[in-house]
Design a protein around this ligand. Structure first.
Ligand code: NDP
Ligand SMILES: Nc1nc2c(c(=O)[nH]1)N=C([C@H](O)[C@@H](O)CO)CN2
Length: 240
């Protein structure tokens, strides 16, 4: 069922978030993306009908500024997809105390505060569209941990737990689910050795690309009977 109320995708100016935004707009949804860094192609995205809102969730004031802006400009929302994320390792961090704070800030504090603040807007959206959605982009490592991205993995586990709590709190008007990918797409910095090794980490030996995530988002938005659950997109990695 097509949703008339706008759907927010945080961190939607690149990669998975952008692929979701473009696909949903093409399907007739109203889409708002947040971006942190200015980009030259934002005007093009606006021309395609994607509303672009600058937001930096790395501070409490940045989260509050985003909340205030959306609550000022919108009276209802069809959904929010918490996609904004940084994948940082202990090795790349000069101070692991700061790293842990940074990971929890963007992956837990921001979604937590935004979900609580937008309950009324999402309920209003549910009144008009029949339902509304919150989707948390978590990660396969929630199940298994990660020896190289410890703080990151713990924060994604925190986000995964928010899925259960908000599903209980917001039912039946708002569905709350998670998507837990493992390797969906490489980063430009990934060298050939990393890429070859990564392919062997799943049973299906694939790196599916953004569209695998887009499919999962569309399934959840169309679902009438799923909440408090996680779609795992990992090529059978858990059985390797
Ligand atoms: N790519 C993959 O294979 C996998 C992805 N995932 C998850 O899927 C989601 C999408 O992945 P992917 O597309 O690779 O994500 P990216 O690493 O490309 O990050 C998406 C966006 O998040 C934004 N962002 C980061 N920190 C902040 C912040 N503090 N405030 C506001 N925005 C911020 C960035 O904005 P800017 O660029 O403007 O700084 C970036 O454009 C993520 O949640 C990720 O953890 C999970 C497993 C595998
Ligand atoms: N914000 C991001 N999170 C993650 C990324 C990424 O590029 N940005 N990438 C991964 C890896 O693909 C990992 O799943 C490989 O095993 C994880 N999270």
């Amino acid at each position: 069922m097509m949703r008339k109320m706008p759907i927010i995708i945080t961190g939607g100016a690149q990669r998975l978030g952008l692929a979701c935004a473009k696909s949903l707009v093409a399907q007739g949804y109203r889409v708002i993306i947040t971006y942190r860094r200015e980009r030259k192609d934002l005007a093009e995205l606006e021309a395609q009908g994607i509303t672009c809102v600058q937001a930096d969730f790395s501070t409490s004031s940045g989260v509050d500024a985003f909340i205030d802006k959306i609550r000022t400009e919108y009276s209802a929302l069809g959904g929010i997809i918490h996609n904004a994320s940084e994948w940082e390792s202990e090795e790349s961090s000069a101070d692991t105390a700061i790293l842990m704070e940074k990971m929890w800030q963007v992956h837990v504090f921001a979604p937590y505060r935004i979900n609580l603040a937008f309950e009324g807007l999402l309920c209003a959206g549910s009144e008009r569209d029949g339902q509304s959605d919150i989707i948390h982009m978590t990660d396969y490592v929630v199940e298994k941990g990660s020896d190289k991205h410890i703080a990151y993995a713990s924060s994604k586990a925190g986000l995964a737990n928010l899925t259960c709590s908000f599903a209980k709190r917001f039912a039946p008007k708002i569905k709350v689910n998670a998507i837990a990918p493992s390797l969906l797409m490489f980063n430009d910095s990934d060298d050939e050795e990393y890429r070859a090794n990564a392919l062997n980490k799943s049973l299906l030996h694939k790196v599916p690309g953004e569209q695998e995530g887009v499919l999962a988002v569309k399934y959840i938005l169309d679902s009438q009977y799923m909440t408090g659950r996680t779609l795992s997109l990992d090529g059978g990695r858990h059985l390797v």
